[in-house]
Ligand binder design. Structure first.
Ligand code: CS2
Length: 494
C-alpha cells in the first residue's frame, strides 16, 4: 500500500471528512468489540451498525486485529474512517463508514484489548476470525485440544492469543469484577455458528476451570447468524478508484457488491442495537438460512474456486462466464443442493438465479485463489454436508464430489501447466507431505486425502460410492483438466 506523493490534507480523516456522516460521531460510544477486523466485517456488520448509530449511539465498535498490525496502521491516521465502495455492472456508489471507533492491534495492545472486553459498556462481542480462528476440528466442530493456540492459552490464560481464549479470559474477569457478561455473536461461515462458538469457548474454559465453564454455559448467549456479502480483498486499483471518486486518499477502503444479508437469532440478554431498522432479519431459528447460504453460495464458490483456478481463471466472474462451469454450478445447486435444504425457505430457484448473477458481477474481481484458501476448514460445511445427506438417502453426489476432487487436485500442489500452487491452509504442510508421497496417482491421492479425518470424519472414507466418484473425477482432472472435465460432465465433448 503506497501512500506517498499525497499530502495529508487529502487523506481521509475526521477533519477532511467534515460532516460527511449521517450521525454525530462525537456522541457515539462503544457497545461492541469486534475480533478480526477485515474487509468482510467492514463491508457487512460495520455498515449495518453505521446505519443505526443515529438512533443507537451507544453501539459503536472497537475493532481488534488478532495477528497483524496492518489494519490499525492503515486506519489510525484516518481516525478509523474508511470508504465503502459498492460496485456492480451499473456503476459504483461511495459512502464513508464511521462505526469503527478504534482498531487495536492485539499483538502489541493486548492490555487495551482486555480492558475493552471487560468494559461494562460492551454488551456484544462479534467475531469474523475465519473458520480457522475457532481452533476447532472442522469435521466434529469440537475444540482441537492440541491446537498450538489452545495449548498456549492453557499455559498462559492471562495472555490469550486465540479468540476463544480472549473471550474466556474476558468473561472470567467480568465475573470476578461483578460485571454482567456479553453476548458472543459469531459472524463466520460455520454451521450452527453460535453453537459451534459456544462449544469451543466452553470447551476451552472447561480445560481451565469447570466452574467458569458452567458459568459461561449458563449465562452467556451465543446466537447463531447467517452473514452474506461478497467482499474481495482490497487492491491498489480499488484505492485508486476511491481516490478518484472522493478526492481523498484512503489507505484501506473496502469494495463490495450491492447485495447484503444478515439473519440473526434474536437472543441478546444484555440488549442489542436496533439492527432491524437497517434491514437485519431477526428470526428464532437461523439454521435453514445458514444451510441454504453455506451449501448454495459457499458450496458453489468453492467448486468454482478449485475448478476455476485449475482451469486458469483468475476471477470468479471469468469462471462463471465459462458455459460448462456455469451449467455445472447451476445443476449442482438445482439437482444436488436444493433437495437437502429444509422446507419453508423462500423461492430457492430465485435464490439460485440471484447467486449466478452475483457471481457474474464483473466489477468485483474476486480471485478464485482467495476463495480456495483454507479448504480443509471450509469443505465440511460447504460440500460434505450435502454429500453426507445425499449418500444417506442413496442419491448421486457427482457434482459435489467433483468439487472435492478439484480440491484434492489443487492441494496436490501443481496447476495444470505444472506450475507450483501457493496452497494456504492450516493443514498445508501435512497436505503437501502426504500428497507428495502419493504422487500424481488418483487412487493413492484419494486414499491419503480421504484419511484426513479433520475434514472427512470417520464415515466418508468408508463410503465406496463417494470414493469411486472421487477417483473417477480426479483421473479426469489429471487427464483432461478442469475445463475438459466440466464439459464432459455436462455431456459436451471435453
Ligand atoms: C467465500 C466467502 O472466501 C470465501 O470462501 O466463499 O467469503 C463468500 O464470499 C462470502 O461468504 C459471501 O457471503
Amino acid at each position: 500500500m503506497k501512500l506517498t506523493n499525497r499530502t495529508d490534507d487529502t487523506r481521509l480523516s475526521a477533519t477532511t471528512l467534515g460532516t460527511g456522516l449521517a450521525y454525530d460521531r462525537s456522541k457515539v460510544s462503544p457497545g461492541i468489540v469486534h475480533l478480526g477486523v477485515g474487509a468482510f466485517q467492514r463491508a457487512h456488520m460495520a455498515v449495518y451498525v453505521d446505519d443505526i448509530l443515529g438512533v443507537g449511539p451507544s453501539w459503536g465498535i472497537i475493532g481488534a486485529s488478532l495477528r497483524r498490525p496492518d489494519t490499525r496502521l492503515a486506519l489510525a491516521p484516518q481516525d478509523f474512517l474508511y470508504t465503502l465502495a459498492v460496485q456492480s455492472g451499473a456503476g459504483t456508489t461511495i459512502r464513508t463508514i464511521g462505526a469503527l471507533l478504534n482498531v487495536l492491534d492485539a499483538t502489541v495492545q493486548h492490555a487495551q484489548l482486555i480492558s475493552a472486553l471487560t468494559d461494562p459498556r460492551i454488551r456484544i462481542v462479534t467475531l469474523t476470525i475465519t473458520e480457522k480462528g475457532y481452533c476447532h476440528d472442522p469435521a466434529t466442530g469440537l475444540l482441537d485440544q492440541q491446537h498450538p493456540d489452545v495449548l498456549h492459552d492453557l499455559a498462559r490464560p492471562e495472555e490469550p492469543v486465540s479468540a476463544p481464549g480472549l473471550i474466556v479470559r474476558a468473561l472470567e474477569l467480568r465475573k470476578i469484577a461483578g460485571v454482567a457478561p456479553f453476548t458472543v455473536l459469531c459472524c463466520d461461515n460455520l454451521p450452527a455458528n453460535g453453537q459451534t462458538t459456544a462449544r469451543v469457548v466452553t470447551g476451552l474454559a472447561e480445560l481451565r476451570d469447570r466452574k467458569l465453564a458452567n458459568y459461561i454455559a449458563r449465562e452467556v448467549a451465543f446466537p447463531s447468524t447467517m452473514v452474506d456479502r461478497i467482499v474481495p480483498a482490497t487492491t491498489d486499483v480499488d484505492r485508486k478508484l476511491v481516490f478518484e471518486a472522493t478526492g481523498m486518499t484512503d489507505a484501506w477502503p473496502v469494495v463490495t457488491e450491492p447485495f447484503s444479508q444478515w439473519v440473526v437469532e434474536d437472543h441478546f440478554p444484555f440488549g442489542r442495537p436496533p439492527l432491524e431498522k437497517a434491514g437485519v432479519q431477526f428470526v428464532s431459528d437461523v439454521r435453514p438460512y445458514e444451510l441454504m447460504k453455506l451449501r448454495m453460495l459457499n458450496g458453489s464458490h468453492s467448486i468454482l474456486a478449485y475448478l476455476g483456478y485449475l482451469g486458469g481463471y483468475k476471477y470468479v466472474n471469468e469462471a462463471i462466464a465459462d458455459p460448462a462451469f456455469r451449467r455445472l454450478i447451476h445443476d449442482f445447486m438445482t439437482q444436488e443442493v436444493m433437495e437437502t435444504l429444509p422446507p419453508g425457505l423462500s423461492d430457492l430457484v430465485a435464490y439460485r438465479d440471484a447467486l449466478l448473477e452475483r457471481f457474474d458481477n464483473p466489477a468485483l474481481q474476486h480471485q478464485t485463489w482467495q476463495i480456495a484458501m483454507d479448504g480443509s476448514q471450509k469443505l465440511p460445511q460447504r460440500l460434505l454436508g450435502t454429500i453426507r445427506e445425499r449418500l444417506e438417502r442413496g442419491l448421486s453426489v457427482t457434482r459435489a464430489a467433483l468439487g472435492v476432487a478439484a480440491w484434492m487436485r489443487y492441494v496436490s500442489g501443481t496447476d495444470e501447466q505444472g506450475g507450483k500452487t501457493d496452497v494456504r491452509d492450516p493443514l498445508a504442510a501435512r497436505l503437501a507431505t502426504i500428497t507428495k508421497a502419493a504422487g500424481a496417482t488418483p487412487l493413492r491421492l484419494v486414499e491419503v486425502l480421504l484419511n484426513v479425518r479433520e475434514v472427512f470424519g470417520d464415515d466418508l472414507p468408508r463410503h465406496n460410492l463417494f470414493r469411486a466418484e472421487l477417483v473417477r473425477h480426479l483421473t479426469s482432472l489429471f487427464q483432461i483438466g478442469a475445463r475438459g472435465t466440466a464439459r464432459a460432465l455436462i455431456g459436451e465433448r471435453p
